[in-house]
Design a protein around this ligand. Structure first.
Ligand code: FE
Ligand code: CA
Length: 539
């Protein structure tokens, strides 16, 4: 789905006029209303009826004293020639209705993309206008196309006389390109109320091509000083003292978490690939199954609200635009011939929870953590991959740990068996995982102990507050394929070349007191191409 974009050394005004004409043409040509309502492009009709200057004039006066871009900017869904840009207008992010202080009407948002060197946006390579609608909490997701592969760009938004912070991204290489090296980070689990986002502060200073967020971007729990507010020096207003279930509550959660300056700095630094885990909806839910016993008909409403708020707050692809309680977030892309990323959704389509003592039900062939359609798709993506390294981005631990861990792949043994079988025939398979709030360097072994692939488990950004070095999880460490763990907060930095993968497990010693903790490295592992093993560096 392509929206307006123009390139070339034209002046901004000329480019703008051209894009409006082109958009008007797309309208006449029957551009689907789904595209428009997804906040991707402002329809020509909306522009003329609002009157671009009138809408902007009101905006400029109305919000003169407040920052419309209170939730920052982001980019995501990276491709060789395109990128999704994201922002959500919120001059008062914590306004109780979830609308960030915006009035109940649509606002035009201008965006522009320039080369990395063009600091003043003097010659933008692409500009356009997106419509920020109250129905989508004034979020926009313009997709800029026609970009050059493996090129660094900067972007910003404008409403009236207010300009957003500048974001940065690098496009991917072409899928058939020969690529020497690629770097990315993995992050997960950011319970804002458990600690400062010091990990995001350090992430924003890393040299990166991409950031993967593998789930628990928000948490739905009630926040209270007595129970769980560990982030010192902050207060949260009353609306946060309740468990999240409604659309306005989900929106408010994203607003709170995304108001963090370090998170915003990290998002402005590099494009994001975001998948969800359970807490974007509700703890440990499985498809239509809620551990609170919520009936399916009611849970469907909750899931629809949660999916909508997730879409509104992440730079995901147009395919993820929710259709009620359904949203396709799984996707795959290649980084030249070096890497293929297969990013899966282990929540929406999984079968319900079974009692782990019911061995027959647990091991049933048809039982799936991905649902049959996605599972088939995933196997095809892996089997047909020409890439040197094949990365499965997923939200819960694949490695066998304990029979009672039924929320992870341990609860879906036949899905895991099929995955490991496929991985044997794939070059250098790597799994990225979050969820357990500990770093873990793990190998995936077959039944007779032969190495099949590796799993890099990422600790939390903040969830569980201050951590300690090492791991107390005896049930994990007893397995010879679990190499090392660490309970501190942080992220993983991964550097991949044709010869080897290098994974640095970054930690911060504390997060509750303030955001000043230094960046440390808990441990570093490498995996030589072809080895399917993890070797600790420095030993
Ligand atoms: Fe978590
Ligand atoms: Ca989780």
């Amino acid at each position: 789905m392509q929206c307006e974009q123009s390139s070339g050394p034209l002046g901004e005004r000329a480019v703008f006029d051209k894009t409006v004409d082109r958009r008007a043409f797309l309208q006449l040509a029957g551009l689907s209303s789904a595209v428009i309502s997804a906040g991707i492009a402002a329809p020509a009709a909306a522009q003329s009826s609002l009157g671009s200057s009138a809408a902007e004039g009101r905006a400029a006066g109305e919000w003169a004293k407040s920052d419309l871009f209170g939730l920052g900017v982001a980019s995501g869904t990276p491709r060789a020639e395109s990128m999704i840009l994201w922002t959500r207008l919120a001059p008062d992010p914590l306004a109780p209705d979830g609308h960030g202080g915006m009035p109940p009407r649509s606002v035009l948002v201008h965006w522009e993309v320039a080369t990395a060197e063009d600091e003043g946006f003097r010659s933008p390579v692409a500009v356009g206008v997106a419509l920020a609608q109250p129905e989508l909490a004034h979020s926009v997701h313009p997709q800029v196309t026609g970009l050059k592969p493996r090129t660094e760009y900067r972007f910003r938004f404008r409403v009236g006389d207010q300009t957003s912070p500048v974001g940065h991204f690098k496009t991917l290489p072409m899928p058939d390109q020969d690529v020497e090296q690629f770097s990315f980070a993995v992050a997960s689990c950011q319970a804002w109320y458990h600690g400062h986002f010091t990990a995001w502060r350090h992430l924003a200073n890393e040299n990166l091509d991409l950031i993967f967020f593998v789930g628990d971007y928000i948490y739905e729990y009630a926040i209270s000083k007595e129970d769980n507010l560990k982030r010192q020096g902050v207060e949260v207003p009353e609306p946060f003292a309740h468990t999240v279930q409604t659309l306005e509550q989900y929106r408010l959660r994203y607003s709170l978490f995304k108001s963090d300056e370090h998170l915003q700095a990290g998002h402005a630094k590099a494009p994001m690939v975001v998948i969800w885990d359970d807490h974007e909806v509700e703890n440990n839910h499985a498809g239509w199954w809620s551990e609170k016993g919520t009936e399916k008909a009611h849970f469907a409403y909750q899931r629809a609200a949660a999916y909508r708020a997730f879409y509104e707050n992440t730079p995901v692809a147009p395919e993820a635009f929710p259709n009620g309680p359904h949203s396709q977030i799984y996707n795959a892309f290649d980084v030249g011939r070096l890497l293929r990323f297969v990013n899966v959704d282990t929540r929406q389509y999984r079968d319900g929870v079974v009692d782990p003592s019911d061995v027959e039900a647990l091991n049933r062939e048809t039982r799936s953590i991905l649902g049959h359609r996605q599972e088939r798709w995933m196997h095809e993506q892996l089997q047909n991959s020409p890439a040197k390294w094949n990365v499965l981005t997923n939200s819960v631990v694949v490695a066998p740990i304990a029979d009672d861990k039924v929320d992870q792949w341990d609860g879906f043994p036949s899905s895991r068996k099929r995955l490991l079988q496929t991985m044997r025939n794939v070059q250098n398979p790597v799994v990225l995982t979050g969820d357990i709030h500990q770093h873990g360097a793990v190998e995936l072994w077959g039944d007779s102990g032969e190495p099949v692939g590796i799993e890099l488990i990422c600790t939390s950004i903040a969830s569980d507050g201050d951590g300690r070095p090492g791991s107390s999880s005896a049930d994990w460490l007893k397995h010879p394929y679990v190499k090392k763990m660490d309970q501190r907060r942080g992220y993983i930095l991964v550097d991949v070349t044709k010869k080897q993968l290098n994974a640095q497990f970054v930690v911060v010693p504390y997060v509750e007191k303030d955001d000043q903790a230094p960046r440390e490295v808990a441990f570093t592992y490498r995996s030589p191409s072809g080895s399917r093993r993890l070797i600790e560096k420095g030993f």
